[in-house]
Design a binder for this molecule. Structure first.
Ligand SMILES: CC(C)(COP(=O)(O)OP(=O)(O)OC[C@H]1O[C@@H](n2cnc3c(N)ncnc32)[C@H](O)[C@@H]1OP(=O)(O)O)[C@@H](O)C(=O)NCCC(=O)NCCS
Length: 171
């Protein structure tokens, strides 16, 4: 089922509004065993706010913060892509455990591609799409990305969290 989600760019908010959203991010939780697939949401978001190459977003549905994701430029090789700059990296992606399985993850992944395309046009960047890596054992993640139009571009054995699939969607 396709769900309507909104991506709120945290770097575009004033500090008061951002602090309110960060409070919501602090309340997000992973399900049991999911910490091996992604980092801690508040920590990842604060790191992204400090890094000029990362654009952190909160994912909202019906006015409620349900998850986070980050788009990063110049870092695609971290997901096994052959170069850093030709595509965006999608990372730090999660939906709160109480809201998983409603279609929010696949909608948010599709929205992230749309957002990356808009930022590319706005900034005159040359990126052609979005790449990510997902653990081969993460069946929900694999299904969510496939539903969002990402295609499998092979195996990635880099990093320290076990074999990953490289998934890509062009604009
Ligand atoms: C991966 C994640 C973002 C997906 O978000 P979600 O909102 O749960 O996903 P959706 O509801 O859009 O479901 C996507 C697909 O997974 C399936 N799915 C949902 N829950 C599932 C479960 N517990 N087991 C297996 N498949 C499941 C859905 O049926 C759907 O498949 P379909 O399109 O073939 O019907 C979310 O589960 C999550 O935050 N997981 C923990 C962190 C993580 O793994 N992040 C990704 C790192 S790359």
């Amino acid at each position: 089922m396709s769900q309507t989600v909104w991506l709120i760019p945290l770097k575009s908010l004033d500090s008061d509004a951002r602090d309110i959203k960060l409070g919501d991010v602090a309340a997000l939780n992973l399900g049991p065993g999911q910490e091996k697939f992604v980092g801690e949401p508040l920590k990842m978001t604060l790191l992204a706010l400090e890094d000029e190459s990362r654009l952190p977003y909160v994912i909202e549905a019906n006015g409620e913060v349900v998850g986070v994701l980050t788009l990063q430029f110049g870092a695609a090789s971290l997901a096994g892509w052959p170069d850093d700059d030709s595509v965006w990296l999608l990372r730090g992606f999660l939906i709160d455990r109480k809201r998983q399985g409603e279609g929010l993850g696949s909608s948010a992944a599709a929205a992230a591609v749309d957002e990356a395309r808009k930022v590319t046009v706005r900034n005159g960047g040359g990126q052609a799409g979005v790449v990510l890596s997902v653990n081969e054992g993460n069946s929900t993640g694999l299904a969510a990305y496939a539903r969002a139009g990402f295609v499998d571009r092979g195996r990635y054995l880099g990093g320290n969290s076990g074999p990953q699939r490289i998934m890509y969607r062009s604009f």
